[in-house]
Design a protein around this ligand. Sequence first.
Ligand code: DQA
Length: 147
Amino acid sequence: ATILVLHGPNLNMLGTREPEVYGRETLADIDERLQQQAADAGHHLLHLQSNAEYELIERLHEARREGVDFVIINPAAFTHTSVALRDAILASDIPFIEVHLSNVHAREAFRHHSYFSDIAIGVICGLGSQGYDLALQAALNQLQQRG
Ligand code: DQA
């Protein structure tokens, strides 16, 4: 199967960006690890980080055409703002898991609402980069169940 991992704005700064909140690992570290885990399980993992809403939207349109089977997405700040990205993921009709490194519910009130959680298969937050590993495991289980 093909799994697409999407990272929203500012996640390219991981490792140096507020490390007490987001950890010291870089996004490249995380993507490489996920790619290895997917490959070990006999699957294909693609990833994209973008600071631009339209790039993430267009990637989701493309994902549908490509036949991507599952999406893992950390929409970052777009979580709390983007009806357009929500609509794109609905249009893609691809099941997805929402991931956040930090526990958004323990932070500012404006981070408590997500435009994605009610349409996600599941949501993982507050576990740092491990959240992505857990999401990948869950995605692979989901895909296996569906056959
Ligand atoms: C984040 C949480 C968001 O509120 C924030 O805007 C981010 C990262 C996280 O992974 O914890 O950029 O999605």
